[in-house]
Design a protein around this ligand. Structure first.
Ligand code: ZN
Length: 132
């Protein structure tokens, strides 16, 4: 299954929890595993709390750790090395259990697509493995 999204900023976190939950529901899976992944090299998939201050804190942390244009070799090719490096820190997938038909997420957990080089068209892949 694929989820297509349009991002609107250079870096941003987009909550995709309800879309992933809907795919799990449609699949009819009671017990299994849901893998959420992206094939992009300048974006990531993460799980954390969807609180506006925290979302800003996460993006600020990434900019502090990997500031744009800090003399990276890849910037000689297409000027987006910081986006690749941020994506390395985030990882390109998350895996969650599906239990009794629902994604096993904590009360404060949300799934985010993490855009590091937008705005762009982006694709998220969802693979659901049934254990039944
Ligand atoms: Zn690049």
């Amino acid at each position: 299954m694929k989820l297509n999204i349009e991002t609107s900023r250079r870096i941003e976190l987009i909550d995709i929890t309800s879309e992933v939950e809907e795919e799990v529901r449609i699949s009819g899976t009671q017990e299994g595993v849901c893998i959420i992944s992206t094939r992009h090299t300048t974006a990531g998939i993460i799980i954390n709390e969807n609180e506006s201050g925290l979302r800003e804190d996460i993006l600020n942390l990434l900019d502090r750790l990997v500031p744009p244009g800090a003399g990276y070799r890849h910037d000689r090719i297409d000027n987006n090395a910081d986006a690749h490096l941020k994506a390395v820190l985030l990882g390109a997938s998350e895996t969650l259990p599906v239990t009794q038909g629902k994604l096993e997420l904590g009360t404060w957990q949300s799934i985010f697509f993490a855009e590091m080089d937008g705005p762009r068209h982006r694709t998220i892949n969802m693979t659901i493995l049934k254990i039944e």
